[in-house]
Design a protein around this ligand. Structure first.
Ligand code: NAD
Length: 467
């Protein structure tokens, strides 16, 4: 087992300015040369990425443990296995996705044929973050490769072990001319953003998202922003409370709450508040035992800054369970709060940690109002057994994605576009949506030269058209 203070791995080698310029130029030259467009290159790269994930699985689990104390099973389900599923989906459907789509050709353009091709964009930059440091770097890469692009990856320096591992493995397994890894933090990312890319795919917080958008504007580079937000979880009085509690607790406390689509807070019908709290408390004990600190299945907070930020939120309400924090290990207990004021700090920013405020509301209409008063979150969850209620909540609120009677699971349906709206981001990916994001739909018209009607040519006074 690897411990959090592991020292026998090179933690971080920041890329230099010269390396950044050189690797981007190399990726650009490779794209210009045309190799990445070839379907056989795309397939070979996707297969190589799958091999990387399979052959290096144990090194990946070690790095995830060292960065986040992430249990290997969770590492498989949410990182390695997740990306493999994306690769399999891309390999299975690539021919169909790449096939040009014939379209109707209007009378004015006759005689001719028209179709839409999916053009690779060029060189794309993927900026990852630390909470799912493998998935959030490599799942976008699947789309980039399937789309026939060269790619530059910038893993998060905060998950330093995983970053170093990716920098080592990616060039060894993938085409090093076309896929590069740049290591570093804010300075290196800013240096990268000076370069011109054809798409920037960013996952992280809205503060850095704004910087990315501003920098991209100077090159008119399109941007995908996968940001976060406070994803609400509405629980009506008719919901199956025991299952709801288990699913909510799992979604909130996996990865110690450091999940962008985790239920951030619960709005529960006041008639069932106490019952739900009881089930939530029971679920936490069932998952992690009486002392979650000793559970092998419970993660730690990624760094001191986040640990301190979260520690201050622990008493923003009445503590139903948890509330403990231990600095040295960066342990924060799975914590449930009730009686929380909507103005409390814990309700003012995305929590991104293992704290779950539960707020009682008089009705689902009140819950809908509460959500509508706030910025659009990345996900919204509703637990109810009444279809009319489910649809009312989904139809009257805005969120990147929504899930009925479960949390997080919309992520594992590759047919569903994943992404934010409003303050939770722009653009989407997963499955075919990744392919769409990493390609340009180019409309093409092919004309015959057999007929050339003179009406469109000047001089217009020739009387061809009687206006
Ligand atoms: P962050 O925004 O600080 O970092 C993300 C990336 O930006 C890192 O690679 C980092 O090196 C780089 N970066 C940091 N500061 C920079 C600067 N000044 N200039 C240029 N680049 C800089 O990440 P965070 O805020 O710790 O991440 C958590 C947020 O990410 C949460 O809001 C979470 O909801 C969101 N998130 C979203 C998704 C999603 O899929 N939508 C997934 C995971 C996390």
């Amino acid at each position: 087992a690897v411990n959090l203070q592991k020292t026998d791995m090179t933690l971080e080698t920041r890329s230099t300015g010269a390396e950044i310029v050189e690797r981007v130029a190399k990726a650009r030259a490779s794209f210009r040369g045309g190799r990445t467009r070839d379907v056989s290159w795309r397939r070979a790269q996707l297969k190589a990425l799958k091999r990387l994930l399979k052959e290096e699985e144990s090194a990946i689990f070690e790095a995830l443990w060292a960065d986040l104390r992430k249990p290997p099973l969770e590492g498989y389900l949410t990182e390695v296995g997740f990306v493999i599923a994306e690769i399999d989906d891309a390999l299975q459907h690539l021919d169909r996705w790449m096939k040009p789509e014939r379209t109707h050709t209007s009378l004015l353009a006759q005689p001719g044929k028209s179709w839409i091709t999916h053009d690779p964009l060029g060189v794309v930059l993927v900026i990852g973050t630390w909470n799912y440091p493998v998935q959030l770097l490599l799942a976008p890469l699947v789309g980039a490769l399937a789309g026939g692009n060269a790619a530059v990856l910038k893993p998060s320096e905060i998950a330093a072990h995983t970053s170093a591992l990716m920098a080592d493995l990616v060039p060894r397994h993938l085409d090093p001319e076309s896929v590069a890894v740049i290591q570093g933090g804010a300075d290196e990312t800013q240096a990268l953003l000076e370069e011109r890319f054809d798409l920037i795919f960013f996952t992280g917080g809205s503060r850095v998202g704004q910087i990315v958008l501003e920098k991209a504007a100077r090159h008119l580079t399109p941007v995908v922003l996968e940001l976060g937000g406070k994803s609400p979880c509405l629980v009506d009085r008719d919901a199956s409370l025991e299952v709801a509690a288990r699913r909510i607790a799992w979604g909130r406390f996996s990865n110690a709450g450091q999940t962008c689509v985790a239920p951030d807070y619960v709005l529960v019908h006041e008639a069932v508040e106490m019952e739900l709290l009881e089930h939530l408390r029971a679920a936490v004990t069932a998952f992690y035992g009486d002392d979650p600190r000793t559970s092998p299945d419970y993660c730690r907070i990624v760094n001191d800054r986040n640990f301190e930020r979260l520690s201050k939120m622990l008493h923003d309400g009445e503590v139903v369970c948890g509330g403990q924090a231990e600095t040295k290990e960066r342990y924060i207990a799975p914590t449930i709060l009730r009686g929380v004021s909507p103005d409390a700090p814990v309700m003012r920013e995305e929590i991104f940690g293992p704290i779950l405020p539960v707020l009682a509301v008089p009705s689902m209409d009140a819950a809908i109002e509460f959500v509508a008063d706030r910025p659009s979150p990345l996900a919204l969850y509703v637990f109810s057994n009444d279809e009319a209620t489910q649809h009312k909540v989904i139809d009257r609120t805005s969120s990147g994605n929504a899930c009925i009677n479960d949390v997080l699971m919309h992520m594992v349906v590759p047919e569903l576009p994943f992404g934010g709206v409003g303050e939770s981001g722009m653009g989407r990916y997963h499955g075919r949506w990744s392919f769409e994001t990493f390609t340009h739909r180019k409309g093409v018209l092919a004309k015959s030269t057999h007929f050339d009607l003179p009406v469109r040519y000047p001089p217009y006074s020739g009387g061809h058209l009687a206006l």
